[in-house]
Design a binder for this molecule. Structure first.
Ligand code: ATP
Ligand code: MG
Length: 153
């Protein structure tokens, strides 16, 4: 079915608001409003939810999480950035592997199974998209989703 992406992303952000407020983290969004895509709304919601949840979970208190949506050169770009510590360059390619958690996260008492990003990646691949992560300067992680605009059912 045709999904309005700005609406879908907005409801994910709204659902994460309570979690964010507990850490005094501000959730920002810059969403192009007119983009629709033929996709599975549950899979897509799950993917974005897992990424936004991570951004909140792995950011220190008083951080910021920003989600952007834009259509560029026929591709849909969704970026979720945070102001946390990012991931070591030697581990950044592994965070999409099922059950993988970076050493720091394992040491901490933050719960988690290491499945969130693996599930997100499956969901994005199912839609012929790509999921990637990169560290930001001076700090933070950017998680990027790229989706084709004209998707087959
Ligand atoms: P789950 O999502 O299953 O509850 P999880 O959050 O540990 O557990 P993933 O979401 O798959 O698992 O993330 C894998 C690992 O990648 C995390 O344990 C964490 O070490 C790292 N990670 C994910 N997102 C971020 C982020 N925004 N900033 C820093 N590290 C991150
Ligand atoms: Mg997670």
């Amino acid at each position: 079915t045709q999904i309005n992406l700005a609406k879908t992303i907005s409801s994910v952000i709204q659902a994460a608001e309570v979690e964010a407020e507990q850490k005094h983290i501000q959730l920002h969004k810059q969403l192009q409003s007119d983009i629709t895509v033929n996709a599975d709304i549950i899979l897509l919601t799950t993917a974005i939810e897992n990424i936004v949840r991570n951004a909140i979970k792995y950011s220190p208190a008083y951080g910021e999480v920003t989600t952007t949506l834009e259509l560029k050169d026929g591709l849909i770009h969704i970026n979720i950035t945070d102001t946390g510590n990012g991931v070591g360059e030697n581990e950044i390619n592994k965070i999409f592997t099922p059950f993988y958690r970076v050493a720091k996260a394992r040491e901490r008492h933050s719960g988690g199974t290491g499945l969130g990003l693996a599930i997100a990646q499956k969901a994005i691949h199912r839609h012929q998209g790509q999921l990637s992560a990169s560290n930001l300067t001076p700090k933070g992680l950017k998680v990027s989703i790229v989706l084709p605009h004209s998707l087959k059912g």
